[in-house]
Design a binder for this molecule. Structure first.
Ligand SMILES: [Zn+2]
Length: 471
């Protein structure tokens, strides 16, 4: 008597063919295989669902870049010096244009490959003086330099020409090192760090040697700059005050301020050791190099200049969609050239080019760079506040004040309707706010018609006369 045991409810039985070789031929056997729990088709379905979910997560993760609703005319100026942080930004439209703020907000919140070129202006709020401004570090040190020379001479490559200037250079380095150690990154630095944390910063090129940005979690750099990608988020165009190196053997180390005392450049420990070994083994001395801070002086090349060139070439190829030029007047030709190349690349990708500084750029800078969509003048430290305020207001569009304002306007309109005749007075006050006439009063840096335009014009005229002649 045979009994077939039914498969338990928790197993799934599948019948499989199995070939068995008994020596005198192959026999086909039927074999029952018990699978636990879910049948294979259901298992496959579940796996497919899981994978789909995973893919959905990956696909939906990056925020969709919304369509740009407004782009200011090239060279439009937005003055934010009247900004009051106690009043929501949209309620300050009479002095700070809402549309221009919307563009600034769009550029900083939605751009995906932001490049940034910064200067001393972004560090002023932390207490580090702007080297070139009238009350900057140079002015403070003017008395320390010999009569007739400016403080700028303290950053010139010939600071090592004599004992006196070397001693002054050393004093300045120690002072600057101490100052940067006491200073904290500003709100503007933190905003750039947040952008980098978001994965939207392609590169920060800084002319500052204070290391306020590189102290932050997502704006780090490498010293010296690596020769191969991936490159660090921050590139220090003029070096760093936190490092020193040997001008002979290129030995590199964190700066020890106590070494930069007196009127002679400190001797390199690496060279010294190597030289001692040479002399002990009977070889002749090859000399000992001098240590110097890893900052780039005027009339000098960056020790990592070649690698910086590689980084910028790569960035230009990556099609950046935003360029922020902040806290710099672009006086250094090399930096100005970098800005022009980045601005061209960003413009070609229909991105946003924004200038942020206390002062407007000079006409020569505007002409050189060619594309600056928006020139924001005022304190750059207010930029993060303005952008956040705008973000909050558009996400909860109606602040109490605005609701009150609108209710009042509605009531006024109702009143007018009741009167059956619309009062032109009310209409006028309303239209001033939203009328495009405010735009025409907007300041703009005028640019003469480009050479290209006049060329095309004359070419057209030539063609027309040719056609007329042919007739
Ligand atoms: Zn050395």
């Amino acid at each position: 008597m045979s009994m077939i045991t039914p498969p338990s409810s928790q197993t799934y039985v599948e019948v499989k063919d199995e070939k068995q070789d008994y020596g005198d031929g192959i026999e086909l056997l039927k074999r029952e295989v018990a699978y636990p729990l879910t049948p294979p088709n259901e298992r496959v379905l579940q796996e497919e669902m899981d994978q789909k979910k995973k893919l959905e997560k990956v696909v939906t993760k990056p925020k969709r870049k919304p369509r740009m609703k407004y782009r200011p005319e090239n060279g439009t100026i937005l003055n934010i010096s009247s900004y009051d942080e106690d009043i929501p930004i949209l309620d300050q439209d009479d002095l700070i244009d809402n549309e221009d703020v919307s563009f600034l907000h769009y550029a900083l919140k939605y751009s995906r490959k932001i490049t940034c070129v910064t200067g001393a202006g972004i560090s002023v709020a932390s207490g580090i003086p702007d080297f070139r401004s009238s009350n900057g570090l140079f002015q403070g040190l003017k008395s320390a330099t010999s009569s007739g020379s400016t403080g700028k001479a303290l950053f010139d490559s010939n600071v090592y020409r004599d004992y006196e200037s070397t001693a002054k250079f050393h004093a300045m380095i120690r002072q600057l090192y101490e100052l940067t150690n006491e200073s904290e990154p500003t709100d503007f630095h933190k905003m750039l760090n947040d952008i980098s944390k978001d994965g939207r910063l392609l590169r920060l090129y800084t002319q500052n040697i204070d290391c306020l940005e590189t102290d932050l979690s997502d704006l780090q750099t490498t010293v010296p700059i690596k020769s191969n990608p991936p490159y660090p988020p921050t590139i220090q165009l003029h070096g760093t005050i936190k490092y020193m190196y040997c001008s002979k053997c290129r030995w590199n180390s964190t700066l020890q301020p106590e070494l930069f005392e007196g009127n002679e450049a400190p001797a390199c420990p690496e060279c010294t050791e190597l030289d001692e070994i040479r002399i002990l083994s009977g070889k002749r001395s090859q000399g000992i190099g001098c240590l110097r801070p890893r900052i780039v002086l005027y009339n000098e090349f960056h020790p990592d200049g070649e690698h910086i060139g590689q980084v910028s070439t790569l960035d230009l190829k990556s099609k950046p969609d935003c360029l922020i030029i902040a806290g710099t007047s672009l006086k250094i030709p090399g930096v100005r050239k970098l800005v022009r190349e980045l601005a061209r690349s960003v413009h070609a990708a229909r991105g946003c080019v924004i200038w942020v500084n206390v002062d407007e750029p000079t006409v020569s800078v505007v002409d050189f760079v060619e594309h600056i969509d928006l020139i924001v003048t005022g304190d750059c430290q207010n930029i993060p506040k303005i952008v956040d305020s705008y973000d909050q207001q558009i996400n909860q569009p109606k602040s109490k004040k605005r609701v009150k304002k609108e209710v009042k306007q509605d009531q006024e309109q109702e009143f007018v309707k009741d009167e059956t005749k619309q009062s032109p007075k009310i209409k006028q006050t309303k239209s001033i706010k939203s009328s495009p006439s405010t735009k025409t009063t907007k300041k703009q840096i005028s640019k003469p018609k480009s050479k290209k335009d006049t060329k095309i014009q004359s070419r057209l005229e030539q063609l027309v006369t040719k056609i007329n002649e042919a007739k």
